[in-house]
Each structure stands twice: as C-alpha cells, then as structure tokens.
Design a protein around this ligand. Sequence first.
Ligand SMILES: Cc1ncc(C[n+]2csc(CCOP(=O)(O)OP(=O)(O)O)c2C)c(N)n1
Ligand code: SF4
Ligand SMILES: [Mg+2]
Length: 308
Amino acid sequence: MVTIKEFPKEEYLLKGHAACAGCGPSIALRLLFKALGNKVIMVVPACCTTVIQGPYPYTSFAVPLQNMLFEATGATCSGIAAALKIRGLEDITVVGWAGDGGTVDIGLQALSGAAERETNFIYICYDNEAYGNTGLQRSGATPYGAWTTTTPTGKKERKKDMPLIMAAHKIPYVATACPSYPVDFVNKLRKAKEIKGTKYIHVLAPCPTGWRYDTSKTVEIGRLAVHTGIWALYEIEYGRFRLNPPSDRLIDKSKRKPVREYLAMQDRFRHLTEADIEKIQQWVDMDWEYYRKLASSECSDLTLHGKI
Ligand SMILES: Cc1ncc(C[n+]2csc(CCOP(=O)(O)OP(=O)(O)O)c2C)c(N)n1
Ligand code: SF4
Ligand SMILES: [Mg+2]
C-alpha cells in the first residue's frame, strides 16, 4: 500500500493542459501517472481528454499516446499488447483511457471483445456521466433525473452498471474509484498493473461544467457521492467482491448520508421532485442490499470468476 506522502514527485500530465477549472477527469489522469509512471502506452478515443491533451504539435502528455476512433479503444489495446508481447517489451503497461460515452455506449463491443480475448491491459472508464466533449449529451452512464442538453427535463432511464457488466466477463480485476480518494485509486492501479489479463477500473469523475456546481467543489462532490452511497468503492479480484474504505463502513443505511445532500449540490438535479428524490434513495438502498449480499462471507466469491 502506497501512502499519499509516497506518491512520486514526477508529473506526466504537464502544466498548461486544456481541461476546465475543477475538472475531475484531469485529477484522475494526474493520479494515473502517479500510479503507473511513464512506462505506459495510452489509447484515448474522442473525449474531453483529446482536448486536455492539447492541439498538435503541442501536448500536455509526457507519455506515448495513440488517439483512436470512438468505438475502437479495446481493439487498439489488443493490437498494441500483442505487438509488445512479440517484441518482449513486457514491462510497458497498455492503458485504455476512455469516457463513459466511449465505454458504456460506443466502445462497449470492442472492450467486451478485448476482455474475452484476455488482452493484457488496464482499461479505465472516467465517468463524467455525459458526452462532455460534444456539449453534454446524455450517455448510458447518465443517472436518472440528470439534466443534459438532450434530457432538458431530466433523464428518464437509470445508469448502466458497467463495472458489474465487466465482472460478468470473468476478468481477474474489476474496481471502482473516484479522484476524491487518491490513495485508493493509486493502489488499485498499482495492483491492476501486477495482474495479467484484462483489468477494468470505473472512475466516477465529477465534472463542474456538466454537473453545474462551483469549480472548487469537485473533491467534495466525489466524497459526497461515496458517503451517500450513490457511488460505492469496491474491487472484484478473481470474483471476490470487497468493499473498500470508506464504503465498507456504509453497509448499514444509518451510516450513509441521504442522497438529497449529493443531489442538492448540483444544478443538473435542480428540477427533481420529492418523488424523484425518494425514488433515487430507494434505488441506492436496493443497490446496497445487493452489495451487502456480495460482500457477505457465503456470497463473496460469487463464482463470477471460478479461478482454478
Ligand atoms: C463514432 C463517433 N460518434 C460521435 C463522435 C463525436 N464525439 C466526439 S467526443 C464525443 C463525446 C465523448 O463522450 P465521453 O466518451 O463520455 O467522453 P467525455 O467527452 O465526456 O470526456 C462525441 C459524441 C465521434 N467522434 N465518433
Ligand atoms: S467538460 Fe467536464 S470532464 Fe470535460 S474538461 Fe470540462 S470539467 Fe473536465
Ligand atoms: Mg463523458
């Protein structure tokens, strides 16, 4: 376990990058490099990160990076991983880094194929819960009730549960994270780097521009997502489900803050009715009943993986 004081001083996301002020995904990017250093090859489809990285010939990334079509991140990572294997360059980590639109919607097929082929790479979905780069349209990861430019009265459908979809691929490592918990995220990345095969990490990354809150509140919003239980920090290692701190202390509903506190901080939820808020609270409580079962001793190894 690395502590925050032991994070390396080197920065591979350079100054002058083009993210909005308070951008959660850019904090996650910085942490990614703190965890993995520069022996990485990044594959990045169209998303806010293609803006953050800067216009050619300038770049804010001090690591090799391949931009790729929206739908092809997983396939590209498979190709690069195969080439590195043939050349015996096994100490380089291939990282697919894509937004929620590029993961839960458009890139899902290629990602699923890469996982089924047991491609040796880490795939990270940074989830700002909308298509940020093109002006904030709804995605499959946008939560119920949220305003986006294509859901002006609030999205009517629920968020797709992508981490559990990836767990169903029986890959060796699935985890959730949030940049408000940097030590948790960095240690998960370091663990993922040591495991062979496909590793998937889904990062809830608050976006002040899309979620409509003050740019100084990004870390606070991420913490509230976790403390209300809207976002649970967990990992599934070879099928074994484990809640991570502080989520492991939140199974008891009385320990969780009401979801209202999280929703009230963001103008994208401003129009919600009392009935909407109650519905969201009930869904969160149901999710936690499921997490409780997954984390219980009789159920923690769900034969999701069935490692022999
Ligand atoms: C096949 C295809 N469809 C649409 C686009 C246009 N496009 C570029 S970036 C983007 C939004 C990406 O959203 P997401 O993956 O959530 O990343 P974010 O911008 O939020 O970081 C879209 C729709 C595209 N480049 N390719
Ligand atoms: S729109 Fe959101 S995710 Fe995209 S750069 Fe701005 S703050 Fe970051
Ligand atoms: Mg997005």
